[in-house]
Design a protein around this ligand. Structure first.
Ligand SMILES: Nc1ncnc2c1ncn2[C@@H]1O[C@H](COP(=O)(O)OP(=O)(O)OP(=O)(O)O)[C@@H](O)[C@H]1O
Length: 347
């Protein structure tokens, strides 16, 4: 549905050229929710604005639904943009218009009568759950309600693609979840293709199927959300994922960790469970089968795209051969077990 190929964008600032996008390529399939994540200044907003040509790329190509956006201008571009709705972090509503008036605006701008526009806008106001507030003005709405208006307005021209630029960044976590649930719901009902720009991994985790990580204008990693979260390949991604999947050792343990395996120490082992193995009682079974103790020192089970992902750190106590056999058995159960170092046994 969206193909971005070798996209670059160079801004001029104080007579200097500032490259903001440096050869971005990505493909978004029809009907998926695709996330683009990156730190502030990575170029996310510029990227999404290049998709609907609000910003003209310096070089490279953008195709949406098979149409070369970069080759269009004037009336052709205006028509193509009707297929692409957009929602913004700060909603961008007209304060002088009611909820219904805001949602009807794109239709009026496209030349429809006021009555017809409002008639067509009403079901969209209902779709986002605001029928009871249709006559209110933006100043009388909460942030979440304003974003619902933004979503309904973006849908007014019946777009196939919805671009969301930090759509939940101004909202509290609970409202964020309700807006994400709404986006997912309408994406499924209307078969929309959604591109979601954010700096929060939680947002990606909640609704996206695939994700691209943008850093300093480059895509450093992209793939299915579960894969990128559980096996991040770049340092930037590891930093972003840390907010969601905490892979850090607690400081007291890190301080005690020794390299090698001196006598009188026990290994500290990170055990990673993914998919179906996350619900099997592997640790209990290993303790029962081998003469070892596996003391849990830290543990999380996260759900990413509905799949469990467990990250458990244990201290493995027992004779070295028994510990080795237990870890080999755990690995045979399709789990990862990585020795992080050794700690002196208490007492
Ligand atoms: N019109 C412009 N002229 C000059 N520089 C710009 C312009 N728009 C963006 N930039 C610069 O491009 C870089 C990337 O900005 P962009 O807004 O795309 O990043 P972002 O990842 O969306 O960050 P944020 O989440 O903070 O908005 C920044 O350094 C910004 O200052």
């Amino acid at each position: 549905m969206i193909e971005v190929d070798g996209l670059t964008k160079v801004f001029r600032r104080d007579g200097e050229e500032v490259p903001v996008l440096r050869g971005v390529s990505l493909q978004v399939a029809r009907g998926e929710i695709f996330g683009v994540i990156g730190r502030s200044g990575a170029g996310k907003s510029t990227l999404v604005r290049c998709v609907n040509l609000l910003e003209r790329p310096t070089s490279g190509r953008v195709r949406v639904a098979g149409r070369d956006m970069t080759a269009l201008d004037g009336a052709g571009l205006r028509e193509a943009r009707r297929d692409i709705g957009m929602i913004f972090q700060h909603f961008n509503l007209l304060s002088s218009r009611t909820v219904l008036g805001n949602v009807a605006l794109p239709l009026e701008l496209a030349g429809r009568s006021r009555e017809e526009s409002r008639r067509e806008a009403a079901p969209l106001v209902e779709l986002v759950g605001l029928s009871a507030l249709a006559g209110r003005y933006p100043a009388e709405l909460s942030g979440g309600q304003k974003q619902r208006v933004g979503i309904a307005r973006a849908l007014a021209s019946r777009p196939e693609v919805l671009l969301c630029d930090e759509a939940t960044s101004a909202l509290d976590p609970e409202t964020t979840q309700s807006i994400l649930a709404l986006l997912k719901d309408i994406q499924q009902k209307l078969g929309l293709t959604v591109v979601l720009i954010t700096h929060e991994m939680q947002v990606i985790q909640a609704v996206c199927e695939r994700v691209a990580v943008l850093d300093r204008g480059e895509v450093v990693e992209q793939g299915p959300v579960f894969q990128v979260f559980t096996a991040p390949r770049s340092e930037v991604t590891r930093g972003l994922v840390r907010d969601v999947v905490d892979r850090e050792l607690p400081p007291w343990l890190r301080a005690r960790l020794a390299a090698g395996a001196p006598a009188g120490t026990s290994p500290i082992v990170r055990i990673i469970f993914t998919g179906p193995s996350a619900t099997t009682p592997v640790i209990a079974q290993a303790v029962r089968r081998f003469d070892v103790l596996l003391n849990i020192v830290q543990g999380h089970v996260d759900y990413i795209q509905g799949q469990p992902y467990g990250n458990i750190i244990v201290e493995a106590e027992g004779a070295p051969a028994a510990v080795e056999a237990a870890l080999a058995w755990i690995r045979g159960q399709d789990l990862q077990a990585e020795i992080l170092g050794h700690v002196a046994r208490d007492g």
